[in-house]
Design a protein around this ligand. Structure first.
Ligand code: ATP
Ligand code: MG
Length: 246
């Protein structure tokens, strides 16, 4: 099933220590949209993404992926449909070698050995990390771990990409490869990031989070022109727009 929408209604979540991280978020993504999620540290971006994949269970509200409502019964199926990139690559990588990590998803999908190998080579090629294939994952550099983590998501060929800080730690070439593949990906993309230039480049639409709520949701170019909004939400202009707005 590839023609998903993703609809979130009144999503609320508090951590066990009482921190209210999400305070009633609502939005709807249509199939094929590329949407940036921006906001200051602690605004709720990661918590929101985690709750979409049922990695934290919302205390109120609903998540509807293509007609399937997130619940304890559907969480497995929803996770299989969403390609989820964690903010911290250490949460993503757990196998002894890079090959094994990138092969893990395709193997679970029941593909043959030759198909799995093709998926691994393709995904590592997309992120410029073919040369790391046989390396132990825990001995990679930070940026290498990020690239391999992205490859583990791509190798599953998901219908929806949900990525938390995908460009963080990547060198300029890695970042350029990431931007190219995000632009090429034809399904829905939801990308939380502090890299506002990436958002401007990849995402026609942006959701701004502030203190666990949606402060704005609209055309990226308009949002980045709104100085009052950016200031209120502790955001700065993308580098490429600095000098355009005074
Ligand atoms: N495990 C946790 N236990 C308690 N509070 C948490 C936990 N993780 C996050 N929080 C709190 O929840 C709120 C939202 O955090 P979240 O990680 O979603 O923010 P973020 O927008 O992703 O920030 P960043 O840009 O730093 O990644 C913050 O107030 C944070 O301190
Ligand atoms: Mg975060």
């Amino acid at each position: 099933m590839s023609h998903h929408f993703l609809e979130v209604k009144n999503l609320c979540f508090s951590y066990p220590d009482g921190t209210e991280a999400l305070r009633g978020l609502s939005f709807r993504l249509e199939h094929g949209e590329a949407v940036g999620v921006v906001g200051a540290n602690g605004a709720g971006k990661s918590t929101m993404l985690l709750s979409l994949a049922g990695l934290v269970m919302p205390s109120e509200g609903s998540v509807n992926l293509g007609g399937m409502i997130l619940s304890k019964n559907t969480v497995g199926e929803i996770r299989r449909r969403i390609g989820f990139l964690f903010q911290d690559p250490e949460d993503q990588l757990f196998m002894p070698t890079v090959f094994d990590d990138v092969a893990f998803g395709p193997l679970n999908q029941g593909l043959s050995a030759s198909e799995v190998t093709a998926r691994v080579k393709g995904a590592l090629g997309d992120v410029g990390a073919v040369h790391l294939e046989d390396r132990p994952t825990y001995r990679l550099s930070g940026g290498e771990k990020r690239a391999v983590a992205i490859a583990t998501v791509l190798s599953m060929m998901p219908d929806v990409l949900v990525m938390d800080e995908p460009s963080s730690g990547l060198d300029p070439r890695g970042r350029r490869l990431l931007i190219c593949l995000l632009k090429k990906f034809s399904h829905t993309r939801l990308i939380a990031t502090h890299d506002l230039d990436l958002v401007l480049d990849v995402c026609p639409r942006t959701i701004v989070l502030h203190e666990g709520a949606v402060a704005a949701d609209g055309a990226t170019e308009e949002i980045f022109q709104d100085r009052g909004l950016l200031e209120k939400c502790h955001l700065e202009l993308p580098l490429c727009m600095k000098g355009e707005v005074h």
